[in-house]
Design a protein around this ligand. Structure first.
Ligand code: FAD
Length: 444
């Protein structure tokens, strides 16, 4: 019987355990996680804090007891894997409750250790109430603080996905929110014109935005910014980035790539073929350019779990590379993107042209239509699509998902005019924004 040990019991780890069991009824599967909650939707945590999701337990998919009963997988929470002995094919584990240490042997080891929130070195930070939001316990800490201390104002440091979701949810609770962001515009994965539309929405919703600066020093509730401004805040949410958890892999001599993630081949194997790495800590390649890429999002972790389960059960299903497809709700706006943005196209010195279309999500005479802007970058010679961004009301995610499929299938920008997409007035128009991009590209 094959013995599989997995490090991490959330996004990638719990998924790969379930997938392997689906294809291999006999494997002996053991999962270790140093936290005390398994298989929860980290993506739902900002909405629990904001009260949009009322029952915090609803974001937990399962627990060790249920998982054992349903999938015959042994999950050991509050167990930290301290070291990998590659020669002996064993991991060294510590029970964080009892302090007991022991060894667990493996035939295959799967690493899905995720990442840790980056905490900047700020003078006086220990005198202030500062939170990061990375796991279930972080969510509970923030939620408890808000419920018991009834704060009036908050600073969110970092205008990426988590920062913006937290800004919206704290505002939803009636707090006075200031978002502080280091770069001149927020959401660096988007083109600047799209980011600016998000900034406009934040202003409309009463979130104060200070860009081009960072928190330099804190003295209790007084927060001093690099631009000389002093703010008052009852607490800070620090959401300035994620560092992949690669210490275990590094100590074991596994290769770390240029993105800082654990290098993997097309089947998610590391340089040791009996050790796989998936999820936020793994390095993969860019589907468009082939360059190394790391995408710390849930969808890639789930796709990678499937590739590993397939490989372990005899199906060599190679990965295709990542696009970094993502979507974000900011109050009444949705912004989504896939593939390369203007900045990465410029950095990589690629030839590109862009078609933009602003129009209605669905028939303009139908009551709940909304405006959307769709931007598609393509190579003017090969006509292949390099990336796309979309922002507006409803239907933004659907347009980006169509572009994802087009890139995956190797379609050209001109092919978009020919796609026969769903149409009825509540959903689209006979000439969908996707078709419009194709028409415009052909005439360009
Ligand atoms: P994780 O799910 O983080 O799991 C890693 C686990 O490994 C952790 O529990 C950790 O404690 C454990 N671990 C690490 N080292 C050890 C060790 N040595 N021993 C034992 N255990 C260890 N993605 C999206 O696609 N869409 C979203 O809307 C979205 N929103 C998000 C919102 C928030 C607030 C956060 C935090 C993340 C969000 N994500 C979102 C990202 C998504 O949750 C992750 O990409 C996904 O969970 C990655 O899975 P993973 O298995 O790599 O890491």
């Amino acid at each position: 019987m094959k013995k599989i040990v997995i490090v991490g019991a959330v996004g990638g780890g719990a998924t790969v355990a379930g997938q392997i069991r689906f294809y291999d009824p006999d494997a002996h599967i053991v999962v270790f996680d140093r936290d005390s909650t398994m298989s929860y939707a980290a993506c739902g945590t900002p909405y629990v804090i904001g009260g949009v999701i009322e029952d915090e337990r609803s974001i937990i998919m399962t627990d060790p007891e249920k998982f054992k009963k349903k999938r015959d997988v042994n999950v050991k929470l509050q167990h930290e894997v301290l070291e990998i002995d590659r020669e002996g094919k064993k991991v060294h584990v510590q029970n964080l409750v009892t302090g007991e240490q022991f060894q667990e042997s493996y035939d295959t080891l799967i690493l899905s250790p995720g990442g840790s929130a980056v905490m900047p070195d700020v003078e006086g930070i220990e005198s202030s109430k500062v939170f990061t939001l990375r796991n279930y316990e972080d969510m509970q800490r923030i939620d408890q603080f808000i419920k018991t201390q009834q704060p009036k104002n908050a600073i969110v440091s970092g205008g990426g996905f988590i920062g913006l979701e937290m800004a919206e949810n704290l505002k939803h609770l009636g707090l006075d929110v200031t978002l502080v962001h280091k770069s001149p515009t927020i959401m660096s994965i988007l083109d600047t014109d799209i980011s600016l539309l998000i900034e406009k929405e934040l202003a409309l919703q009463g979130v104060k935005l200070l860009t081009g600066t960072t928190i330099e020093k804190t003295e209790g509730k007084t927060i001093k910014l690099g631009n000389g401004i002093d703010l008052q805040a009852d607490f800070i949410i620090m959401s300035i980035g994620l560092k992949p958890n690669t210490e275990l892999a590094e100590k074991a001599g596994l290769n770390i790539g240029e993105t800082g993630g654990i290098q993997t081949n097309e089947f998610m194997q590391t340089n040791d073929p009996s050790i796989y790495a998936i999820g936020d800590a793994s390095e993969n390649s860019d589907m468009v350019t082939g360059d190394p890429k790391r995408v710390p999002l849930a969808s890639p972790a789930h796709r990678q779990a499937f590739i590993v389960a397939q490989h372990l059960t005899g199906n060599k299903l190679a990965k295709k590379g990542l696009l970094g497809t993502s979507v974000l709700k900011v109050f009444s706006l949705t912004a989504a993107m896939t593939g390369l943005n203007e900045r990465s196209i410029k950095d990589k010195n690629l030839q590109s042209a862009t078609v933009t279309h602003t129009g209605n999500s669905n028939a303009g005479y139908y009551p709940d239509h909304a405006q959307i802007t769709l931007k598609v970058h393509y190579n003017p010679e090969t006509r292949k699509i390099l990336g796309a961004q979309c922002i507006g009301g409803k239907g933004v995610d659907k347009r980006i998902d169509v572009i994802v499929t087009a890139i995956y299938a190797g379609l050209t920008v001109d092919d978009l005019q020919a796609l026969e997409l769903c149409y009825a007035p509540p959903y689209s128009s006979p000439k969908d924004p996707i078709n419009m991009i194709g028409y415009k590209a052909i005439t360009k």
